[in-house]
Ligand binder design. Sequence first.
Ligand code: NAD
Length: 489
Amino acid sequence: MDIQTKLFIDGEFVDAADGATMEVLNPHDNSVIGEVAEGGEADIDAAVDAATRAFPAWRDMAAAGRGNLLLKLADAIERAGDEMARLESTDTGHPMRDTTRLDVPRTVGCYRYFGGMADKLQGDVIPVEEGFLNYVLREPIGVVGQIVPWNFPLMFTSWKLGPALAAGNTVVMKQSELTPLSTLKIAELARDVGFPPGVLNVVQGYGARAGQHLAAHPGVHKISFTGSTVTGRKVIEASAGNLKRLQLELGGKGANIVFDDANIPAAIGGSAFAIFHNQGQACIAGSRLLLHEKIKDQFLDGFLKLAASIKLGNPLDGDTEMGPLTSTLHRDRVLSYCDIARQEGAEILLGGKAPDDPALQAGCYVQPTVVTAQPQDRVCQEEVFGPFVSVSTFRDEDEVVEIANGTSYGLGAGLWTQNLQRAHRMAGRIVTGMLWINCYKRVNPGSPFGGVAGSGYGREMGFEAMRAYTEPKSVWINVDAKIPPFYPR
Ligand code: NAD
């Protein structure tokens, strides 16, 4: 496979200033895919300098021109779709059937959406006192730092680059050290379709070094961060020096509620997708299954059969439905939660360990795991971020609202009911950034994505994201105002 291994700074692929490199592993068998340059402080500095130089011309380019480049990038990704899907699957462990039908088309769609939006973001004219004209310009913020996690690197890159670039900002992006490859390919395609040097820079490297330096950099005016809540707090602290704008997409512990009036077969299929898609490595995963006590047995009967039948295997095989987790460290972390569940007295209904298949022993695989647990147990409160779902029961709406809202997070949640009034009532009562009713994990570039409480603040996608990559500037003009003098003389 042809991979890009260098940093992308000022329109050129370059080695790290100190020559450092890091190994990139294939989580299917932990074989080495390649050595990628490991950016450090000097590389972040060079990238911020390049982005600073590129900013005035990019800001002043006609918005349609910026949009046009994003549309060309979308076309280029679409043309390279098979290669992108293969690269992403090899680097992250997502099955090809998912990267092909979800990650790549969603990425293309996101660049198209923001490419089309570039010249649609308008300012306002505010009705003010007689004789004055007041209008509000939407100006780009400047140099933006973007820090991305390993669970959906290709797609999340588009969520961040699309609005930032469309709005006229220049970007320094740091992808997770675990999954640097698809972002470097995006940089290559962006260069090829004609993005000016310095507008997009990609410095791959470790969080504690390159990420921390980017978050603290005085030349960066906004940080968009997706990752864990623990790291999010460090980013807040690092960014305080020059009062950076912040947008934080952090962890989640999605409640997925099934009422006794739900369409049970649909709820079973949707709930399996909610937790097992991408091996459960999704901040919005439906990781807490809350079942009405009347349908618990019926639901679990079908759900466990479906979960047990999910085909684990090499992500590059077309019939694989679940691949490995993205790293050995993370697999061990997920398995440690199986031990915690046992210690807490939870019943392991399915899985709870690595698969027995000898062909999967070298990789980072975990079986689909279903445990029964109490809402206050650690496995119901802490983000496991794997194919691990806890099951609890409830009696009525009040009780399930209390359970659903009873964690420190508030990112995504789902509910299954055929009662329209209940659906709307519950939509108002669940504390969350996104709620899916009779579906789960729907995303669209037009629909705001983000959380409340411990899940962070700010939104990706839609007009919300575009606006958040701009500063409103209020301009007052005295057209014909009769202002009595303040100091009559
Ligand atoms: P992480 O917080 O360890 O890393 C995320 C990114 O931050 C990586 O690029 C990493 O290199 C970087 N980083 C690490 N330490 C840093 C520091 N001190 N300063 C600056 N950057 C630093 O998270 P992860 O393990 O890569 O990703 C999994 C987590 O991300 C989960 O908790 C998940 O819920 C969360 N997540 C949230 C969303 C969302 O949209 N809310 C989406 C995906 C993942």
